[in-house]
Design a protein around this ligand. Structure first.
Ligand SMILES: [Zn+2]
Ligand SMILES: [Zn+2]
Ligand SMILES: [Zn+2]
Length: 529
């Protein structure tokens, strides 16, 4: 036996497709999944795709996002520094629907298939069309003009269409109508029959993944015959990251050769029953992942009962009842857009959780309500209140929900906090507390993001580049104001500021005493709009 490497052996493939055993449908059958072609370490890239087969933007994003490279022009400052300042999108003069950030992007999209689609979209000018409809139309048109390869098309057609599952839902009729429309407007009825188009529509609805920015803002959907094969687990070992149109599969923890690659389709921080209901209603399967096999017994399902509290026999039932109630409030609040009524209603819901005394801060929807509160307070410029909430989340919630330090959600949250700290350091109206230096806190947070982003986003990602340039900028500024700092002193000071931040984690209170009458008035006001 020779220990010389065989030169003719091809490099190991990053993944292969085989039969999975976790996501089971109604009949107990399983689909195929993606398996690691070699061993992968934590925070490694498994594979990268130049772009998904099809991407389709949300209606609200079509007007401010490039339909080719998916650069979202809104908010090119703030935490989205990876978007070059001054980026704008121009409407396609033909269909008046899609917009592009450059001539190059427009040309690329044109050649990918828009040249056939543009004139067909003309009769639909001014009509709002759902993203699934546009994705389906694009697929049909591109296939008709041989712009989708036989291999991709066959793989796409092998994805489950879930037509029988859709038939049992209230949205089935609407889905058929949409599919008829997609067939007509793509003028492809001569090539595909109605059942085929409906099946394709079903595939788009039940297999698409979310199109995201590097800071995880949802922009629309993507459909891809390879990516859409990755199965779900509530305890995923991988996730999808996007950098413009480029999509990569990255690992959260090591994956051994030939082990299945899993991503999560849902918010895995939700309790067991919530997760199962969501997976069943949108993807029509029962999850039997390692977490779900344990049932409702894990961190996200449990209450913390104080030591001095004697548990009454019906307490568990009442906890479950109040969780159900708060979830329903949370879902109602999702549909509200008026910040003036939304903020007090969110605070009120947080208070309900707080007053239960047994509700851990990280248990949903307690944590999700706080995320929403942060977003809404930010939108009305209440930066100090946002800061206190972020510090609370940083100390008590994020490490529990996302224990992997480079988890993309954790990295993006830390980045948002760093940018807020930098802003608060620059304004007169900043955070005043003895010993607190917001500039140094910003620097400490940026350093954390810098350490994690090469794992979460990749060392060459646009996100990583913008974090790096922000870090350099901060160091330059520090040098200008106090000269080149001694590394040891500096590290010690950053450590001190981290302790300060941890202390600030207890500033925000969810249980400010409000009179019963005031509480009721707030909730009523919120629901009356
Ligand atoms: Zn572009
Ligand atoms: Zn056009
Ligand atoms: Zn599961």
């Amino acid at each position: 036996m020779s220990d010389q490497p065989a030169l003719s052996v091809a490099p190991p493939v990053p993944f292969h497709i085989a039969k999975s055993n976790i996501c089971t449908d109604q009949s107990g059958g399983t689909g195929s999944g993606l398996f690691a072609g070699r061993r992968f370490g934590a925070g490694e890239q498994i594979a990268v795709f130049k772009r998904p087969l099809v991407g389709s933007l949300e209606t609200e994003r079509i007007s401010d996002t490039c339909a080719n490279c998916y650069v979202w022009t809104e908010g090119s400052s703030g935490t989205r520094l990876y978007v070059p300042e001054g980026t704008e999108v121009q409407k396609c003069a033909g269909c008046h629907r899609f917009r592009y950030c450059s001539k190059a992007c427009q040309k690329e999209a044109w050649n990918r298939g828009h040249k056939h689609e543009c004139k067909l979209l003309k009769p639909l000018i001014g009509r709002e069309l759902p993203k699934a409809f546009l994705a389906c139309m694009e697929l049909l048109i591109r296939r008709k003009h041989d712009l989708i390869s036989d291999e991709d098309w066959e793989m796409l057609c092998r994805l489950p269409d879930h037509i029988d599952d859709f038939k049992r839902t209230a949205s089935y009729e609407n889905m058929v109508l949409m599919a008829v429309g997609a067939g007509e407007f793509s003028s492809s009825q001569n090539m595909f029959d109605q059942d085929f188009i409906a099946a394709m529509y079903g595939r788009v609805l039940s297999n698409s993944l979310t199109l995201i920015t590097p800071t995880l803002d949802p922009l629309g959907i993507i459909l891809d015959p390879t990516l859409c094969r990755i199965n779900h687990s509530c305890d995923p070992n991988a996730y999808i990251m996007m950098d413009g149109a480029e999509v990569s599969i990255r690992t959260l923890r090591p994956i051994k050769k030939d082990k299945e690659i899993y991503i999560s389709y849902i918010d895995t921080t939700n309790p067991y029953h919530k997760r199962q209901a969501e997976l069943q209603s949108r993807w029509f399967f029962t999850c039997r992942c390692i977490k779900c096999q344990k049932g409702a017994t894990l961190q996200e399902d449990n209450w913390t009962v104080p030591a001095n509290y004697a548990l009454k026999p019906d307490d568990m039932e009442s906890f479950a009842g109040s969780q159900k109630e708060v979830f329903s409030i949370y879902e109602k609040l999702q549909r509200l857009s008026n910040v003036e009524t939304l903020v007090p209603a969110l605070e009120q819901a947080l208070q309900i959780c707080h007053e239960s005394k047994c509700w851990p801060l990280y248990r949903q929807p307690y944590a999700a309500l706080r995320d929403d509160l942060i977003v809404n307070l930010l939108s009305v410029g209440k930066y100090k209140a946002v800061w206190a909430q972020c510090a609370k989340r940083y100390k008590h919630i994020t490490p529990k929900l996302y224990p992997v330090p480079f988890h993309p959600v954790r990295v993006v949250q830390t980045w948002q906090m760093a940018m807020l700290a930098a802003y608060l350091a620059s304004t007169e109206d900043g955070i005043e507390a003895p010993g607190v230096n917001m500039g140094l806190i910003a620097m400490m947070l940026v350093k954390q993001v810098l350490d994690a982003a090469s794992f979460s986003h990749g060392p060459d990602s646009a996100f990583m580049k913008s974090v790096k340039s922000k870090a350099d900028e901060m160091i330059e500024e520090l040098k200008r104001s106090v000269g080149t700092p001694n590394k040891e002193i500096m590290d010690k000071e950053l450590e001190n500021q981290r302790d300060m931040l941890i202390e600030m984690g207890d500033w925000a209170k969810d249980g400010e005493e409000l009179s019963e009458l005031k509480k009721l008035a707030m909730v009523e006001r919120a629901f009356s709009v």
